[in-house]
Design a protein around this ligand. Structure first.
Ligand code: C2E
Ligand code: CA
Ligand code: CA
Length: 784
């Protein structure tokens, strides 16, 4: 029997054990007590009855001997009656000496009947019966005499003979056996005892306790308990004498010996029963608890997501069934866990490790690299132009493109490196061991080269590209957060620098980022601090030199840093989302100014306001504009919204609908920085835009670069066909203006005409604008 005692610490084990023992102890205990009482009383009773029957049978034996002795006495009487030797007439008493063979009697006497004879005695004797008389001799020893009428005619003589006590009581030792016995003559004294020391006991106890009943008593003799049984031999009827009481005595310990013996057996038997029950219960507990413990251990394992081991229970009972179901459940859980693990750590689309997993592997790489004192590089890869393709050609194409891009990046790295999809069109690469930064450069260049190659997705060509930011452990940081952040900063810089390139993180980048964060925070308060204001740059009709409109441009005069360039703070505002607020403030300011000029009879034909993509996509944009224009009374047709060309390329239905709605409201649309993008003719035709603003990039080299002339010429021709207005911006010289005039461009804007001015100065200028322009023209002509 194998018992694990450690198991007994369990509460269940204690309970089962306790119940088992209770279940065993109570019935066994009750049974033991009952049987003890029953058996011991039975044994005691048997012993006592034996004592009683012994005293009785001894009494009967004595009686038989008395009868026998009486017979002999009768014979003696007969023999004396006819003997010639006896002459009773002469004397009152005659002693007769018998032959030796008559040893039963001694002291035989024939004597004259005493006058004072008791009447009952006399009657008994006259009836011809014998009496027995006990007489104490000079030594105080009781002697027994048979007496009867000596048969003469006068009937005045008695025959008496002392009876041999030895004969009557027999050999008491033999009779009583192991017991002690005494014969007590009721109300007279002790006749005989089986041993001499009993005489004193008999005298002091039995003679006083004598009663008629055959009883059992416990008496204290010599400070020891003794059990006595007595039996009364009635002699009154036949022999007209007191009863003889036969006492049997035995030490109580002998009477109780069987009881003691039984007790000796019972207690070990009881303990044995308890022991057996204990062992059985322990065995059962082991049988219950070993599988239970196995299940418990297994449950703890599962709680720690360890599904490797199975529960092994072969008890061929419900526990085994439970174990089997448990194993089944474990394997199901294990599968689910695997699925969950996959979902939590891998990207569904590409099957690559996801952001979570990338972070874990970065952490591992850090630990390994610290341990092995080596460096590793992290590459943050961001696809260029992916957003445009995904938005314009649908997500199905976008998904396939991402998978293919992932495959290409993988082909550039080693199996020991990690490629993960960080999110959207961003990938992360861990180059596990690098000797120097050159290793990372080579891989980054290779990735950029591979991603710049044409992709064929569903038989269509797709061109993307990638920008990569690189951080190196340990020089760029000790934590995954730092490495990620710095690679991200470097990637952002690479994009800013014109995409399709990789950059290592440098501290100046960090500095820029910090500065950006500071400016973003300051920009948040710029409105309330009244650091923002608008400037207006006129646009003229080239032919007449008249002002045809103005573009509003936002300015920020930072309280500590002075003027911040708009392209800089506006990109920050776009990143942080603050542009929505700033933009709407700018529109309101522009409209307010419009209204003011109208009231002052200085109305402009057109006022252009720049709108950023993020602003336009904001859900409340249109409602905002509607509310704004209804607050003022300017007539919406004066407003023109300038939106950059790249925004149209996304072909976003929402944007198109929005532009339509603006048109319906009376607001016209200008495509800003036109020519930089890739707008096709068919596409342009559909656009709800009325004006194209030729980007200053093409104006810059107009007088030296033939290509620029050709492009501007083509744009002007195209606009004519599509019936759109053209504004050339960035005019800095009279040559540029003249060329544009020759090419048929209607409107112009630029420093040559006027720098952007605050509202009050703009008015001053506009009054003299045409004159100034004419002056300049003539001066130019004079020089040429
Ligand atoms: P943009 O819309 O292309 O604005 C024209 C920019 O060209 C202005 O720069 C203007 O000062 C500048 N410019 C005008 N004439 C000449 C010239 O002859 N030569 C040269 N080199 N530049 C000339 P600015 O004011 O620095 O604005 C930069 C950009 O910031 C703007 O480009 C526009 O995209 C954005 N921006 C300015 N104000 C706002 C605004 O209120 N809202 C939004 N969303 N964007 C604005
Ligand atoms: Ca503009
Ligand atoms: Ca522009």
């Amino acid at each position: 029997m194998q018992i694990k005692f450690a198991l007994l610490k369990s509460k269940v084990a204690k309970r089962i054990f306790f119940l088992f023992v209770i279940a065993a102890v109570i019935p066994t205990g009750i049974f033991s007590v009952l049987s003890y009482n029953y058996v011991t009383s039975l044994l005691t009773k048997q012993k006592q009855e034996h004592l009683v029957s012994s005293s009785k049978s001894y009494g009967m034996a004595i009686y038989e001997r008395i009868l026998n002795a009486e017979q002999q006495f009768l014979k003696l009487h007969e023999s004396l009656k006819f003997s010639n030797d006896v002459d009773i007439s002469s004397s009152t008493s005659t002693r007769i000496t018998l032959d030796s063979n008559m040893s039963l009697f001694s002291d035989i006497k024939i004597y004259r009947k005493p006058e004072n004879l008791d009447s009952t005695d006399l009657k008994h004797l006259l009836d011809g019966k014998s009496t027995i008389t006990a007489v104490k001799n000079s030594n105080n020893i009781i002697e027994i005499f048979f007496i009867r009428m000596f048969n003469t005619i006068e009937a005045n003589h008695l025959l008496s003979a002392k009876t041999n006590l030895q004969y009557i009581s027999g050999d008491m030792d033999i009779f009583a056996g192991a017991d002690d016995a005494c014969i007590v003559i009721k109300n007279y004294g002790t006749l005989n005892c089986s041993s001499s020391h009993l005489y004193t006991i008999s005298k002091s106890i039995f003679e006083k306790h004598v009663n008629n009943e055959n009883t059992i008593k416990t008496l204290n003799i010599n400070n020891k308990n003794h059990t006595t049984a007595s039996w009364e031999l009635f002699l009154n009827g036949r022999f007209n004498t007191n009863s003889w009481i036969i006492y049997y005595i035995e030490p109580s310990e002998i009477i109780f010996a069987p009881k003691k013996a039984f007790t000796k057996i019972l207690l070990p038997a009881f303990l044995l029963a308890i022991l057996i029950v204990t062992l059985i219960s322990l065995n059962q507990i082991t049988k219950f608890l070993v599988p239970l413990e196995k299940l418990l251990v297994a449950t703890k394992r599962i709680a720690k997501s360890d599904f490797n081991e199975k529960v092994d229970i072969t008890s061929n009972d419900e526990f085994q069934l439970l174990g089997d179901s448990f194993n089944h459940m474990t394997s199901e859980l294990s599968k689910r866990e695997e699925r969950l693990f996959y979902q939590a750590n891998f990207d569904d689309l590409t099957g690559l490790p996801n952001r979570q997993q990338l972070i874990k592997r970065l952490q591992n790489s850090i630990t390994d690299s610290i341990h092995e004192k080596k460096q590793f590089a992290f590459l943050f890869v961001d696809l260029d132009r992916f957003k445009v393709i995904n938005d314009s050609q649908g997500h199905a194409i976008g998904d396939k493109l991402l998978i293919a891009a992932g495959d290409r990046i993988k082909s550039c790295i080693r199996s020991t490196d990690t490629l993960a999809r960080y999110g959207g069109d961003e990938f992360g690469v861990i180059l596990s061991t690098i000797n120097n930064s050159n290793n990372a450069s080579i891989t980054a260049a290779e990735i950029i080269k591979r991603l710049a190659e044409i992709f064929y997705i569903d038989n269509y060509e797709q061109i993307i590209g990638a920008s990569i930011g690189i951080s190196v452990f340990p020089s760029d940081g000790n934590t995954w957060e730092e490495l990620l952040q710095k690679a991200d900063i470097a990637m952002y810089k690479a994009k800013q620098k014109g995409r399709g390139r990789y950059l290592f993180f440098t501290d100046t980048m960090q500095e820029n980022i910090r500065e950006k964060a500071e400016l973003e925070a300051d920009l948040f308060h710029a409105l309330e601090r009244q650091e923002l204001y608008l400037v207006y740059q006129p646009q003229i009709d080239i032919a007449s030199g008249d002002i045809s409109g103005a573009e509003t441009l936002l300015r920020w005069n930072h309280r500590n840093k002075g003027h911040i360039r708009p392209d800089r703070f506006i990109s920050y505002a776009e990143d942080s989302g603050l542009i929505v607020q700033l933009g709407s403030w700018a529109i309101r300011e522009a409209i307010k100014q419009c209204e003011k000029w109208q009231i002052e009879h200085q109305a402009l034909p057109k006022l252009a306001v720049n709108i950023s993509a993020r602003q336009l996509r904001h859900e409340n944009f249109f409602a905002n504009i509607e509310a704004l224009v209804s607050d003022f009374d300017i007539g919406t047709t004066i407003l023109e919204f300038e939106i950059t060309e790249s925004l149209f390329l996304s072909d976003d239905k929402h944007t198109m609908r929005m532009l339509d709605q603006l048109n319906k409201l009376g607001i016209s649309i200008a495509i800003d920085d036109f020519g930089k993008g890739y707008s096709s003719l068919g596409y342009l035709k559909r656009l709800p835009a009325q004006t194209l603003k030729i980007d200053k990039y093409f104006i810059k080299d107009l007088n030296s670069d033939k290509d620029s002339i050709a492009i501007v010429k083509a744009i002007i021709a195209m606009a004519k066909v599509l019936n759109k207005n053209v504004v050339a911006e960035g005019i800095e010289t009279i040559e540029q203006l003249n060329i544009l005039k020759d090419l048929g461009c209607k409107h112009a804007q630029g420093f040559y005409i006027s720098k952007p001015k605050i509202a009050s100065e703009f008015l001053d200028y506009s009054k003299t604008a045409v004159i100034q322009l004419d002056k300049r023209r003539s001066s130019f002509k004079n020089v040429s």
